[in-house]
Structures are given as structure tokens and as C-alpha cells.
Design a protein around this ligand. Structure first.
Ligand code: NAP
Length: 259
């Protein structure tokens, strides 16, 4: 637990399920005030709100499509109205589709980029603006992927968005370090969430994934949430511009495991 997090206001995009929900619940355990953003699943978002409250935090669910600039601006304004400030942003919402790159339409490219990268940029911009105006030494986390580093055939848009997120993180981290605003990335490996349950519930595909993970087990949202709590806390107060891979060793070239 990180006592300095108590009472801090956090916006988490895409927190109705999966990794975002896991981070929201952990922030609740840290006694934080959490804005649970969702896109379509209000029922699940309200369940996350209840789980955050049961864990000891405060929470409110706010609908916004992070692919639309004015909805992100409204989301940030609602957070400030609800809890009187803004200390933490977690850009977690992400989508992907599977298409051979030579058949990928510009429409599909833009849909993924708008949510995964442009939405994260707008969220960062609005948050940093607020933090500068109110002299808040805040923290921003961008949830990327091992595919900011490992190429992902049939997912050119997704991998490109995550690679972009890494450079967005590093650029903003450098630009705003003198103002005390930290910006970091968490890059998850294979984590059990609704995004990939169709793969992980299939024994053959699940075995294929396990063969890529030196620790030989699939990760849980709680693993990402622990990293998020630490990176957000003052325990990581001198850390900015990093990518923390939480992937069971997936990015360590598992093919070389036997030397
Ligand atoms: P998930 O289970 O599919 O959940 C996605 C969340 O994003 C949902 O809460 C969804 O809200 C929200 N969302 C989707 N489109 C949105 C939009 N336009 N505006 C606002 N929210 C939107 O995904 P996940 O597995 O938890 O992944 C979370 C993040 O981790 C993503 O950025 C993903 O790329 C990254 N990641 C995941 C893994 C993994 O193995 N799971 C690995 C590497 C990286 P609604 O349900 O309300 O629509």
C-alpha cells in the first residue's frame, strides 16, 4: 500500500472491465477517488464503481468515447466537478482488430489510432493543462503493450498505436519533468481479460501463448494494477519516461531460454 495515494483523484479510461477495472479496484484499496470511464457497458462500469467503494475508495462512472476529443474534455471536466481536482490519469482504453495489413482499411486504421493513441494524447493534453494551471505535481500512466516492442502481424494499426504511445510518453515526460509532472508507460504481456478470453479459453491457443512466456503463466489484471499503484505513488517519485514491462518475461526473447 502507498499512503500518499489516499484522497488522490484519478481518471481511468476503459475501466468497466479488464485491466482498467483491476487498476480501479486497486486505487480503491489505496483510498483514492476514481472516475471509472466506460464507452458502452454502463452496467459493468457501475459494478466497478461498487467494487472500488467496497475496497475503500470513492468512485463515479462517466461515459465517454475517448476516440472523440470533445468527449474526453467533458470527461476531465466531470472528474474535476465530481471530486474537486485531478491528480492521476490512466490512459487504459484500447481496442484492436485482426486484418492482413494489405487489406487494412483507412477507416479501421483510424478507429484504432483514435482510441489507442490520439485519445491518449488528448487525455494527456487536458490533464497536463489542468495540472499546470493548478500547480499539481501529478502522474500520468499510458497502458501500452509488449507490442510497442514486439511486431504484431495482422495488427499493424494496434502495434503502431502502442509504439506511438511509448514515444508520446517519453516526449511528454521530458517536456514536463521540470514542472513535476511524471509520465510513464506500463506494457502488459498476456493478461486475462475480456479482450483476449476467446484466445485464452481455447486450450491450443492458450498453450501457444504460454510458450511465449518464460514464467509459464498468464498474467492477471492485478499484476498491472500493482505496477500502476507503485508508478503513481511517491515511491516512484523520481521515475519518469519509463516503460515498465509486466509480461512474465515475454520481451526477453523466450526462444533463447535454453541458451
Ligand atoms: P478489454 O477487456 O477489451 O477492455 C477494454 C476497455 O476499454 C473497456 O472498459 C471498454 O469500455 C473500453 N473502451 C473501448 N473503446 C473505448 C472508447 N472508444 N472509449 C472509452 N473506452 C473504451 O481490454 P483489456 O484487455 O483490459 O485492455 C486494456 C488495455 O491494456 C488496452 O489498452 C490494451 O491494448 C492493453 N493491453 C492488454 C493486454 C491483454 O492481454 N489483455 C495486453 C497488452 C496490452 P466498454 O466495455 O464500456 O465499451
Amino acid at each position: 500500500m502507498f499512503p500518499d495515494l489516499k484522497g488522490k483523484v484519478a481518471v481511468i479510461t476503459g475501466a468497466s472491465q479488464g485491466i482498467g477495472r483491476g487498476i480501479a479496484i486497486r486505487f480503491g484499496q489505496e483510498r483514492m477517488k476514481v472516475v471509472v470511464n466506460y464507452h458502452s457497458n454502463e452496467e459493468m462500469a457501475e459494478m466497478t464503481v461498487k467494487e472500488v467503494q467496497a475496497a475503500g475508495g470513492e468512485a463515479v462512472a462517466v461515459k465517454a468515447d475517448v476516440g472523440i476529443e470533445k468527449e474526453i474534455i467533458a470527461l476531465m471536466n466531470t472528474a474535476v466537478e465530481a471530486f474537486g481536482g485531478l491528480d492521476v490519469l490512466v490512459n487504459n482504453a484500447g481496442i484492436q482488430t485482426t486484418t492482413p495489413s494489405h487489406e487494412l482499411t483507412l477507416d479501421d486504421w483510424h478507429k484504432v489510432m483514435d482510441v489507442n493513441l490520439t485519445g491518449a494524447f488528448v487525455g494527456c493534453r487536458e490533464t497536463i493543462k489542468y495540472m499546470l494551471e493548478h500547480d499539481i505535481k501529478g502522474s500520468i500512466l499510458n497502458i501500452s503493450s509488449v507490442h510497442q516492442k514486439i511486431p504484431k502481424p495482422f495488427h499493424a494499426h494496434y502495434a503502431s498505436s502502442k509504439g506511438g504511445l511509448r514515444m508520446l510518453t517519453e516526449t511528454l515526460a521530458l517536456e514536463y519533468a521540470p514542472r513535476g509532472i511524471r509520465v510513464n508507460t506500463i506494457a502488459p504481456g498476456a493478461i486475462v481479460t475480456p479482450m483476449n478470453e476467446h484466445i485464452l479459453s481455447d486450450p491450443r491457443q492458450s498453450q501457444d501463448v504460454l510458450s511465449l512466456i518464460p514464467m509459464n503463466r498468464i498474467g492477471e489484471p492485478e499484476h498491472i494494477a500493482s505496477a500502476a499503484a507503485w508508478l503513481t505513488s511517491e515511491e516512484a517519485g523520481y521515475v519518469t519516461g519509463v516503460t515498465l514491462f509486466v509480461d512474465g518475461g515475454m520481451t526477453l526473447y523466450p526462444i533463447f531460454l535454453k541458451g
